[in-house]
Design a protein around this ligand. Structure first.
Ligand SMILES: Nc1nc2c(ncn2[C@@H]2O[C@H](COP(=O)(O)OP(=O)(O)OP(=O)(O)O)[C@@H](O)[C@H]2O)c(=O)[nH]1
Length: 324
């Protein structure tokens, strides 16, 4: 930063500076008279971390990477400070060194106002205090809006991380998070909760005969069968590979069995893909149903549904078995 003179000797106008707009120039001018103007080169870092200072851009432009110390930002937010605008107001107000990283975007001239002088200016003219408040209020609003956007984005990615990319069903991460909650709530309220585990039959053979891509298509078809047949309050999950699960809150074992029978039928009828040269390839699935028993936890509920599924496979597949 190269000092190039005092503000009083320059041609810059007080009223063209945002912070002093509408404020009493006669009171401000004598205080700014000896205030230094510095020249910074493109790419030069401006921040002086030792003390609180206000910089007003007279010519050129600064880039400010937001202050990470407040927790309001992750430091990736960049604002551009143009002629007439300032940076460092907050640092001056709370008398903390400027944590933001300030860089000149081009060769620029800056008015440097030390913390003590900034307070003298505020004491001298109400207009400066008013402008400062307005500026800070605007910055807080902008920071809040940015925080809300971040939260929304965070929630969006959280949701995305809970969904299986191939089928669009919930994934194991979702199950690990939510099944314990659903089980705890059912245990607390005494409401029933049922689980259906299903596994596509001879899926290895399907992959071998039609190829892996058509295998993926079969998984998508199976997922559509599930989502198309369930109530909005039920949850369909890809448990892993060709194994899926349906969680049915407020549902007893008889109703869950009826749902599984319906799913089994629809799975059988679903068309995976059409190929005029060969008979329509179909998929079937085997189903295991279990209802939550008093004081049972989610691990043993899954184990019960899994054991019923195993029996369905043993008894010839394409059918439903219930854990009694
Ligand atoms: N295309 C495709 N195949 C998958 C995917 N995940 C698992 N598989 C296949 O699913 C097959 C599962 O085979 P197995 O566990 O032997 O079971 P199965 O052939 O369905 O036999 P049963 O379950 O006993 O009826 C394997 O060949 C896996 O490669 C996937 O995302 N896409």
């Amino acid at each position: 930063m190269k000092p190039i003179g005092a503000f009083g000797a320059s041609a810059y106008q007080i009223q063209s500076l945002q912070l002093f707009r509408g404020a009493d120039s006669l009171r401000i001018a004598p205080l700014l008279q000896d205030c230094p103007i510095v020249q910074v080169e493109q790419g030069e870092v401006v921040t002086d971390p030792q003390r609180a200072r206000l910089y007003i851009v007279l010519r050129g432009a600064l880039s400010v990477a937001a202050d990470t110390s407040t927790g309001m930002s992750d430091g990736t937010t960049i604002s551009k400070i143009l002629p007439g605008e300032s940076v460092g107001e907050q640092a001056v107000l709370d008398d903390e060194a400027n944590q933001a990283s300030i860089t000149a975007l081009e060769q620029s001239e800056l008015l440097v106002i030390e913390s003590e002088l900034a307070w003298q200016l505020i004491d001298a003219a109400n207009g400066v205090a008013r402008n400062l408040l307005r500026l800070l209020s605007f910055r807080i609003r902008a920071a809040n809006a940015q925080l809300r956007r971040r939260q929304k984005l965070g929630e969006f990615y959280r949701q995305l991380s809970m969904v299986d990319g191939l089928t669009g069903l919930y994934n194991r991460a979702w199950l690990n998070d939510f099944l314990p909650q659903l089980v705890a709530s059912a245990q607390a309220t005494g409401q029933p909760l049922s689980l259906i585990m299903l596994d596509i039959d001879h899926f290895k053979k399907f992959n071998d005969s039609h190829g892996h891509l058509q295998g993926d298509q079969a998984l998508r078809t199976a997922a559509q069968v599930l989502t198309g047949a369930l109530r909005p309050t039920d949850f369909a999950v890809r448990y892993g590979g060709e194994e899926m699960m349906v969680v049915l809150p407020d549902t007893n074992v008889q109703v869950a069995e009826a749902v599984a029978v319906r799913l089994c039928q629809r799975m059988r009828d679903a068309i995976v893909f059409s190929d005029m040269r060969q008979p329509l390839p179909h998929i079937t699935s085997s189903f295991g149903v279990a209802a939550l028993a008093p004081s049972q936890d989610e691990t043993s509920l899954i184990a019960a549904a899994d054991a019923a599924l195993y029996r369905a496979k043993e008894s010839g597949r394409n059918c439903v078995e219930v854990s009694r």
